[in-house]
Design a protein. Structure first.
Length: 361
């Protein structure tokens, strides 16, 4: 009997070690969730998810700063999001509140207003933390008195997190529309990559055949200079966190109808070459797996063996968690996060998934 107990204990220890090792390789999958405890108040929570089983647990709840709570329920807000793995901070830029920037520490659940709103900055819709770890750089809607931007375009600028100085615009880019929450920042070259459309340049200077077509932009994050803009007939919703040795990186895309054989569900994984703005398909997702909402609310695991995306029931009528295998497109998990709204104590059980990240916790 004693030997049996010892073996049982050893089995549990070995199992725990395997789980811990897997988590350290893939990272810990965490969803950032917003909800309303009542019809007139706001709350937030970090939800830890098992990417292979789809089970979840509330890691911690957190309180929003007073500037957010004064707005009542968060139903109409849709902040731009950024997770910084170096500090384990998440940044929320509330463009509806004129660029109110909130920092959430994942380890403690503490929230801080990094920048109060200001009259001439509407907030980042797509941002990165610079290598110095003291500044955010990103894209924001803007307008100028004269020139191509007199009816609106996209500005690129920086904001110092430490000194909390005002936003500094570095450049204006000749595009009307930009991807939000989706980019790759190459810190070794200080280059910010994202996609944009509705080129404001004329004639052959435009990068795409049609206005609605997207181009891959390379932007110098120090100066804001547009380095290149190249037509792409596909859309990237998420990039893997690191480059491969050959300079490519894994991406989650929409496009390549001829490869996926389904024009209404043409999501796939591909190898993206940022230098040439080309993509090589790897695997389409299953035609039977439908992503309900927000494929950009997603993340690759640290070792790039899993890909997760999620949405709340307040966004699409039913919550959804999808975990996919990038190597073959196979669906690992597809569920509706049962019981989460009730466990949060959310008003009418409704919640929003604002961010999905594999974190090194």
């Amino acid at each position: 009997l004693r030997m049996l107990r010892i073996c049982t204990v050893l089995a549990v220890l070995v199992s725990a070690a395997v789980v811990a090792s897997a988590a350290s390789t893939t990272g810990t999958l965490v969803m950032t969730v917003a909800y309303c405890p009542t019809a007139f108040t706001s709350g937030g929570a970090l939800i830890q998810v098992d990417p292979q089983a789809g089970s979840w647990k509330i890691l911690r709840k957190f309180q929003w700063p007073s500037q957010i709570n004064q707005q009542g329920c968060l139903a109409l807000d849709d902040p731009a999001m950024l997770y910084d793995p170096k500090t384990n901070n998440i940044y929320f830029d509330f463009t509806e509140l004129f660029g109110l920037l909130v920092e959430l520490n994942v380890q403690t659940g503490a929230t801080t207003v990094v920048q109060p709103h200001e009259a001439f900055f509407s907030g980042f819709v797509n941002m990165a933390v610079l290598q110095s770890n003291v500044a955010l750089a990103g894209l924001t809607p803007t307008v100028t008195q004269n020139g191509f931007c007199n009816d609106g375009c996209i500005g690129f600028g920086q904001f110092d997190i430490t000194s909390k100085s005002k936003y500094k615009r570095l450049s204006v880019l000749p595009f009307k529309a930009i991807m939000d929450d989706t980019h790759f920042f190459d810190s070794s070259k200080n280059v910010f990559y994202t996609q944009a459309s509705y080129d404001l340049r004329q004639g052959t200077a435009r990068c795409a055949p049609a206005q609605a077509d997207e181009c891959l932009l390379a932007i110098d994050a120090t100066t804001g200079k547009l380095l290149t803009s190249t037509f792409t007939n596909w859309t990237v919703y998420d990039y893997a966190p690191t480059l491969n040795s050959d300079g490519t990186l894994l991406g989650f895309l929409e496009g390549f109808d001829e490869v996926c054989n389904d024009p209404f569900n043409n999501f796939l994984f591909a190898r993206v070459n940022l230098a040439t703005a080309t993509a090589t398909p790897i695997a389409c997702i299953s035609n039977s797996t439908v992503i309900d909402e927000g494929p950009w609310v997603s993340s690759f695991s640290l070792d790039q063996t899993w890909f997760a995306t999620a949405s709340g029931d307040a966004e699409a009528g039913a919550a959804q968690l999808v975990v996919l295998n990038p190597a073959n497109g196979a669906t690992v998990v597809n569920n509706q996060l049962p019981g989460l709204g009730k466990a949060l104590g959310a008003f009418k059980g409704l919640f929003w998934v604002w961010d999905v990240q594999f974190m090194n916790l």
